[in-house]
Design a protein around this ligand. Structure first.
Ligand code: NOJ
Length: 445
């Protein structure tokens, strides 16, 4: 059985996990100092949200150099030391690979402009919209030409139909694997390839089951993304990655995932993440995803409302139970294990799409910065006096201890998995030949 099949992967948002040098921004050395937290929890691996140099228009998801570490987060040597320390402790390391777009400040944008997607006319050639709202085409002031960006205008889309792009990315994958990475989370992978004729997306016919901005929701995005050709392109990433773990962020309904699973090991179960917190809807989302057998369950991440805010504190224990007893891999976002809720953001808005609230620092102790930094944190701590790792370690009934127990116990849950068709507001299933029964009651929050 591959190591990741039942793995628990802990998502680290590097800027907000632990600062080691007092500049208020988390870094790789800080992560190394805190590895024992992950060992205590019993997780198998951690995923680092982007660590590469970036002008921070999309907080690391706009990469200006794929084979370096952002100086604020550390250096390649720090990365090597982090990997060595993780491996010594039996923890595997996943990086975030962002193949669909670069930063507009990546030298490739000027040096290899044919690696990007340009409009053949003087203006947007179609009705495609960006994930953050507004047209997906912007004018490059330097050349007067229009380029495609599926996300912010600072993130021009690469043209994966160009073999040089494919080759460059295979090099990036090999670079990090040689440095000891054990796999990648692949960003926005359903946007990898677009229609070669740049056809208009037709109007939406039904409701898309995942949240979209208004203008995107009006379209059936069959030409601006989710193309069948993406699978071949992903095959090139697979070729370079060998048997390293590849987890895909495919922002599509569950019914679209099996194609991607021809090449990827896991895809995130987004319909489960966005399911309303009621038994019937959860059962439906779980049933469809569990059939694929290779989904990565998740309850939150750095993009969407934090778990404690979404389901309310009264449901946190049930949510932990559900996440960690479903069959397959589970991803746990830093802070969820102590019940950290959305924060207020800061006076300065960092993320234009409003996601600062989910990115506040980890709370290690009850001090005003939660032990995250000795300096002035880039985002303030939310409520370290009420909620922190140190206090919950001292309390065997805490949420933190529950996470640890569940991570341990899940090793004894086997196959088969049988979802029980219970009424009465309960999500119930059986695991293993001993038919261990698990039942969770989502309460209205
Ligand atoms: C998904 C990432 O999780 C998100 O943070 C980012 O803004 C987009 N992809 C674009 O890279």
């Amino acid at each position: 059985m591959p190591w990741w099949e039942q793995a628990v992967v802990y998502q680290i948002y590097p800027r907000s996990f632990q600062d080691s040098d007092g500049d208020g921004v988390g870094d790789l050395r800080g992560i190394r100092e805190r590895l024992d937290h992950l060992v205590w929890l019993g997780v198998d691996a951690f995923w680092l949200s982007p660590i590469y140099p970036s002008p921070l228009a999309d907080f690391g998801y706009d990469v200006s150099d794929y084979t370096a570490v952002d100086p604020q987060l550390g250096s390649l040597e720090d990365f090597d030391e982090l990997v060595a320390a993780a491996h010594e402790r039996g923890l595997r390391v996943l990086l975030d690979l962002i193949p669909c777009h670069t930063s507009i400040e990546h030298p490739w944008f000027r040096e290899h402009s044919d690696w990007y997607i340009w409009s053949p006319v003087d203006g947007p050639p179609n009705n495609w919209v960006s994930a953050f709202g507004g047209p997906a085409w912007s004018r490059d002031e330097q050349t007067g030409r229009w380029y495609l960006h599926s996300f912010y205008p600072e993130q021009p889309d690469l043209d994966w139909r160009n073999p040089e792009v494919v080759e460059a990315f295979q090099g990036v994958v090999r670079f990090w694997l040689e440095r000891g990475a054990d796999g990648f989370r692949l960003d926005a992978i359903d946007r990898l390839i677009k229609d070669d004729q740049l056809r208009d997306d037709p109007p939406a016919s039904g409701t898309f089951p995942l949240p979209l901005r208004d203008d995107a929701a009006k379209l059936r995005r069959i030409y601006s993304g989710n193309r069948p050709e993406a699978i071949e392109a992903l095959g090139a990433i697979r070729e370079a990655a060998g048997d390293a773990l590849l987890v895909g962020e495919v922002f599509q309904p569950t019914s679209e995932y099996s194609r991607y699973l021809q090449v990827l090991d896991l895809v995130f179960a987004f319909e489960f993440l966005f399911s309303p917190w009621n038994a019937e809807r959860l059962r439906a989302a779980i049933g469809a995803a569990a059939e694929l057998r290779r989904v990565a369950w998740l309850m939150s991440n750095h993009d969407f409302e934090r778990l404690a805010t979404r389901v309310g504190p009264e449901n946190l224990r049930a949510a932990a139970m559900l996440l960690l007893t479903l069959p397959g891999a589970a991803f746990l976002y830093q802070g969820d294990e102590i019940g950290l809720a959305n924060g207020p953001g800061a006076d300065r808005t960092y993320d234009r799409a409003g996601r600062d609230l989910m990115r506040h620092p980890m709370q290690w102790d009850s001090s005003p910065t939660g032990g995250f930094t000795t300096g002035d944190p880039w985002l303030p701590a939310v409520d370290p006096a009420e909620r922190n790792v140190e206090a919950q370690l001292d309390d065997p009934d805490s949420l933190l201890h529950l996470y640890r127990r569940l991570i341990e116990e899940r090793k004894h849950l086997g196959e088969p998995f049988r979802l029980l068709d219970k009424d009465g507001g309960i999500v119930a299933f059986e695991r293993g030949e001993d038919e261990i029964a698990i039942a969770v009651t989502p309460k209205p929050s």
